[in-house]
Design a protein around this ligand. Structure first.
Ligand code: MTE
Ligand code: MO
Length: 374
């Protein structure tokens, strides 16, 4: 048998029944959305399996989509078979091809920008519209999966084979990228591409959605340190430029990273300047509650904010300088958070308040999306 025929036979044998393909597509797309979004919060190398799962699932979708299109293509090409739901099917297909195409192009290092959107941001956009489209598409053609479609052992074997093939395809791609020395070759495990050089000019200014404040007057600027500390203080920009230096890697979810030498004040020293952290007892509805210092919250002049667990925060830096230069406005002057091992969106710029708190701040997840909108 020729190699091609053998491959075809192997593929045929792997092909699940039609309904299983349809339901698997829905499942894979939802899993892609979940792994993709969760990956935004991962910055430590130990989190690599999540990124690989996302890639393997993506290749799996290509195979599932190929099986599906081979089966239904006449419904798209033959006008006699068009129905109202066909428009939705086509839209869903466009979003799927968009998400897969941009994802694959990104992997190979293609770096086109649509204004300040990177190809990776476009990929995320396609992915996010794909989820409701696939759900709606599934609803218009709703058929309950049957037992026989998901016969347990064969299904498990097929899924495993699909994901393994996906992972192997991704690995193969790395070899190709390395051999051709493309821009895709030196991406981090997060998929981000490097931005080389030192200082303000070496990396892009990125704001998450709509944050775009006016420049802060350095002389009038004060940083408030309060919450569960002994003595709240207000510090000037000069007092923050304490000369503490640390090298840290900023990795933005829009797909770039940079390693810089940041200068400023250790947050632990900042808290010491406020007399150190201190538990408080507060009357709440007549009962006393103890509030133990547990988080440090960094809030921007725009309201944008993020919290770090107190021990991590103490080792973080409130930076006034980058690469030996004073931070420019775009990069967060007079002071921005440098949180090693965290993704870029957590590195709050234009920080005006550092607050020690007892509670986790769930609202930060929403605020980072909507701050800057009036
Ligand atoms: N206040 C505020 N801080 C912010 C943002 C923002 O939109 N507003 N964007 C974050 C994001 S998404 C990233 S990647 C980094 C980018 O920092 P840079 O603009 O200095 O490159 O800042 C973070 N800090
Ligand atoms: Mo970012």
């Amino acid at each position: 048998m020729a190699a091609r025929d053998r491959l075809r036979t192997a593929l045929d044998r792997l092909e699940p029944p039609p309904r299983a393909v349809d339901w698997s597509l829905l499942l894979f797309v939802v899993a892609e959305a979940v792994t993709g979004l969760v990956s935004f919060t991962v910055g430590v190398p130990a989190g690599w399996p999540l990124f690989w799962l996302h890639r393997a699932l993506g290749v799996g979708i290509v195979a599932l989509l190929a099986w599906k299109l081979a089966r239904v293509r006449r419904r798209l090409t033959d006008p006699n078979l068009w129905r109202r739901s066909t428009a939705l099917s086509v839209l869903t297909l466009v979003a799927a091809v968009g998400a897969i195409g941009t994802g694959a192009a990104w992997v190979f290092g293609l770096d086109v920008r649509l204004s300040y959107w990177t190809l990776l941001s476009v990929h995320v956009g396609f992915g996010l519209v794909l989820v409701p489209l696939v759900a709606a598409h599934a609803a218009t053609r709703f058929r309950l999966p049957r037992r026989v479609d998901f016969e347990r052992r064969r299904t498990a074997v097929r899924y495993f084979a699909l994901l393994a093939a996906g992972g192997a395809t991704y690995r193969l791609q790395q070899g190709v990228n390395d051999a051709l020395d493309t821009a895709g070759a030196d991406r981090r495990f997060t998929g981000s591409q490097p931005r080389e050089g030192a200082g303000n000019g070496a990396f892009p200014i990125t704001s998450w959605v709509a944050d775009d404040p006016d420049p802060i007057d350095r002389d009038e600027y004060r940083l408030t340190v309060d919450g569960l500390v002994a003595d709240s203080v207000e510090l000037t920009a000069d007092e923050l430029a304490a000369g503490h230096e640390t090298e840290a890697l900023l990795d933005c979810t829009s797909g770039w990273y940079t390693v810089q030498e940041w200068g400023g004040i250790r947050v632990g020293d900042l808290l010491d300047a406020a007399g150190g952290v201190e538990a408080a007892s507060e009357a709440d509805d007549g009962t006393a509650v103890d509030r133990e210092p547990a988080y440090v919250r960094f809030t921007s002049v725009t309201g944008y904010r993020w919290s770090l667990p107190i021990e991590e925060a103490e080792d973080a830096l409130l930076a006034t300088h980058v690469g030996g230069e004073r931070l420019t406005h775009g990069h967060g002057a007079p002071a921005r958070l440098v949180a090693p091992d965290r993704r870029g969106f957590q590195w709050v710029k234009w920080v005006t308040r550092v607050e020690v708190r007892a509670e986790y701040d769930l609202g930060q997840w929403v605020v980072t999306l909507v701050s800057g909108f009036d």
